[in-house]
Design a protein around this ligand. Structure first.
Ligand code: DQA
Length: 149
């Protein structure tokens, strides 16, 4: 059994109460349950993390690179929150390790303010899932579980 790392960035701890018209009414712990259930269909486990701190996210990605090398994880379903639009450091962290990353956004960032239209993460991600609500994480888990590389 391998694990899938589900990594959430800033403010996603507020899911359920933060802007429910954008992000829905389910909480971070509801999301965790969804991810565990999605991964269990493929006999995989989930390592579910959230941090509001860019450096912690970077350290987690570096650690994931080591874990991927050891065959312990299949990849990362990553919602970088607002760091998506600002963080060259997260871009470099992903580029610096060999681990597949699927970028996930709950809301359709392209239908929102123009500052959300650019992602520093997309060029270094294996794929992106945008605007599908929390279902997007389940789709990312499926994509990582079914990937053949
Ligand atoms: C988000 C979109 C970002 O623009 C925003 O800053 C978030 C959440 C999403 O999941 O839709 O925090 O990544």
């Amino acid at each position: 059994m391998s694990a899938i790392l589900v990594l959430n960035g800033p403010n996603l701890n507020l899911l359920g109460t933060r802007e429910p018209t954008q992000y829905g009414c389910e909480t971070l712990s509801d999301l965790k349950e969804r991810c565990i259930s999605a991964a269990s269909k493929f006999d995989h486990s989930v390592d579910f993390r959230q941090s509001n701190h860019e450096g912690v996210l970077i350290d987690t990605i570096h650690e994931a690179g080591e874990r991927y090398k050891q065959g312990e994880i299949l990849g990362i379903a990553f919602n970088p929150g607002a760091y998506t639009h600002t963080s060259i450091a997260l871009h470099d962290a992903i580029k610096g390790v060999d681990v597949p990353v699927i970028e996930v956004h709950i809301s359709n960032v392209h239908a929102r303010e123009s500052f959300r239209h650019h992602s520093y993460i997309s060029p270094v991600a294996k794929g992106t899932i945008i605007g599908m609500g929390l279902k997007g994480y389940e789709l990312a888990i499926q994509a990582l579980a079914e990937a053949c590389d």
